[in-house]
Design a protein around this ligand. Structure first.
Ligand code: ADP
Ligand code: ADP
Length: 228
């Protein structure tokens, strides 16, 4: 768990032609689940990618757990990201997909890595899938694996980029409950980007609304949607 702090974060693409994120300030408490909403192109994904270390800010500062990580490479940040398109390695089995990140980011022995993967797979109810490859899985199974792969690393921060958008309504509902269960159990600081207001309302301790790269409004779900 860790507190996240963003100071005057800015991202320009194409040498200032596009200002994707415009001097954004944000504070996220330890264990808080924040949902981020806003129209397409308002800078949600760019913000998330900068938190993950996948995109370099033009300006500003990112702190995770009190440490300035602005210039820290993605693989050296204790964050795990879950993507809309799952981003699983197609040629690796589910086990290998889950184990790979652990191998890269920790110095655990092989036996401990195996144990952590199996325990997480049991928690996510995917232990039957460990020897399968992604193309043998349904969309819902792939997203459970992607979640499992993020959880197994025991990150300080979870970053979710519209993880349920590719699932049908029924699966979306059950995965939403699953993510909430994990949040209750693990209490990991989470930033969850979605374009679905209902999802933002039901999942977030707090909702952050971005517009044109800026913070438009933030507050508890009832505050935000009662005073638009
Ligand atoms: P959102 O996730 O809210 O849809 P994005 O962060 O993807 O918003 O995009 C914010 C703005 O930055 C948009 O105008 C988008 O077109 C632009 N943008 C995003 N990625 C790039 C890129 N790699 N190169 C140029 N412009 C980009
Ligand atoms: P999202 O809505 O989730 O941000 P997009 O479809 O906007 O997804 O963007 C998908 C990918 O395309 C991202 O990696 C983003 O960086 C890139 N992208 C978005 N807009 C542009 C752009 N104007 N020029 C180049 N790349 C872009």
């Amino acid at each position: 768990m860790a507190r996240v702090r963003v100071d005057s974060l800015r991202k320009e693409y194409d040498v200032g032609t596009v200002v994707a994120v415009d001097d954004l300030d944000l504070e996220i408490e330890d264990g808080e689940f924040v949902t981020v909403v806003g129209p397409s192109g308002c800078g949600k994904t760019t913000t998330l990618r900068m938190l993950a270390g996948l995109e370099e800010p033009t300006d500003g500062r990112i702190e995770i757990g009190g440490e300035d990580v602005t210039d820290v490479h993605a693989k050296n940040r204790d964050v795990a990201m879950v993507f809309q398109n799952y981003a699983l390695y197609p040629h690796k089995t589910v086990f290998e997909n889950m184990e790979f990140g652990l191998r890269m980011s920790t110095d655990l022995e092989e036996k401990e890595r195996r144990q952590r993967v199996v325990e997480t797979a049991e928690m996510m109810d995917i232990e039957e899938l460990l020897e399968d490859r992604p193309d043998e899985l349904s969309g819902g199974q792939k997203q459970r694996v992607a979640l499992g792969r993020a959880i197994v690393r025991e990150p300080d921060v979870f970053l979710f980029d519209e993880p349920l958008s590719n699932l049908d309504a029924k699966l979306r509902t059950s995965m939403r409950a699953e993510i909430q269960r994990l949040q209750d159990e693990l209490g990991i600081t989470s930033v969850y980007v979605t374009h679905d207001q209902h999802e933002a309302m039901t999942m977030g301790d707090r909702i952050v609304i971005l517009n044109d790269g800026k913070l438009q409004q933030q507050g508890e779900p009832t505050e935000v949607y009662e005073n638009p």
